[in-house]
Design a protein around this ligand. Sequence first.
Ligand code: ZN
Length: 485
Amino acid sequence: MNPVLFFNLYTMKTILPKAAALALTAIMFAACGPSYDVPTALDRWKSDANGTVKGKEISVTAGETLTSGGDYRNFDLTGQAYAENGAEAALLFHSDGQNGYEVLFHNGAIDGTRKTGSLSTVRNLYRSLGEDGEWFDFDIAVREKNISIKINGTDVVCYTEPAQPYRTEANKSKVLSRGGFALVGKKGDVKFRNLTVTMLKDGVLNPNDTLPPVDETTDEIIRLQQENFPVIDYHVHLKGGLTKEQAHAMEMNYGINYGVAPNVGEGGVGRMLANDQEAIEYYNEVKSMAFLMGVQGEGRRWIVQFSPEVLNKFDYLFTDAMTVVDKGRICRIYRPEEVHLDGRTKQQYMDMIVDQTVKILTNEPADIYANATYIPEQGWNDDYDMYWTDERVDKVLDVLEKYDIALEISPRYKIPSFNVIKKAKARGLKFTFGTNNVNADFGRCEYAIQAIKECGITADDIWFPSMSKRANRMAVDYNHFGNKK
Ligand SMILES: [Zn+2]
């Protein structure tokens, strides 16, 4: 082929259309204002103290506010952030520098403070997927009524603002509108780099937003979120058809942080991990997901089946007393056919349950006493107060207090009773909420929310993994199972 002809053909096919498109974009930008779907560097900020701050990398320090100017409604903002030693900052959007929605940047231990990726007071998160001393990616997008936040590529918030969002007076500006961005320093220095914003067209939708928005005129969870009361369901199992993906979508939709826990040991229902290797494989499978990572000791033999080093990788460990060793037999008291009275009265059987509960909590290093005060169903629960006498309750609470074990409030079983919860609170014990779901169809911590109101539970009464003492305790093989793996 004639090289000149080739060049001309090549130019017409590739270079010319690109040049034409660029020229067209420039004309559109000049003539029509906003340029949609074009990633643009957000590298000029205004600081009240320092005037204009320019650059690919911007640092914000405690007490300082940087504003971007501009007018954005639907957008996708990407970048990286870096925080050192507990530093904290916020990024506001639809903001004039003070108002608007607030996204938090704050890594570190699960200690009850709100973590990286939180949509402040609307979708507060308690486990950070970013770490101090490392750059991490973030992506914040508004598509009409939907706000999505990703940290290191994982969705941590997918919130759709309903027609009537519930906001307290203090949070009334945290609603969708339009405006610029602001970087607000809260503690230490936080750095941001490669900030890039893409304006999105009207009507754009988030294809991952598939669940209907929550009705906030009646929703209890948004009321807790607005008060920064940590909403965490520590006892969620992937079973009965509940997949990781479904649990992830549900927690973001409801505004409840899920602590997802497999069972380690034997004899329970659903996913059961049998040895250290399976536990490590599971851990690696879920560690970058947006869940707190729990583990449930199941079946009494778990203390000799797993090494503490492996179990201590998980954020927390809980166990219950629904499996007991009665006269040398392992009995699951939630199965009527395994409840053997053997000539004993129900009160005498109850003494055995309390005795076993005390032994379990004394010898098996757990953070949380789950399914607390569970007694066999089929009529026993109608007389809960008759079986859980003050004396028996005190025996169990004594052990919780001695070993700093938290008391789980179970929305599924509606236990412990408010009377027991009040006694535990009076002793200064900590609480967790834990559903112990059977399948994908479970509630939104209703009984626990009732307990907050009835028993005066505050955010200070909630247990967090930073309070864990289990790593300092030794498992005692009180049933003499031996080290049989
Ligand atoms: Zn469970």
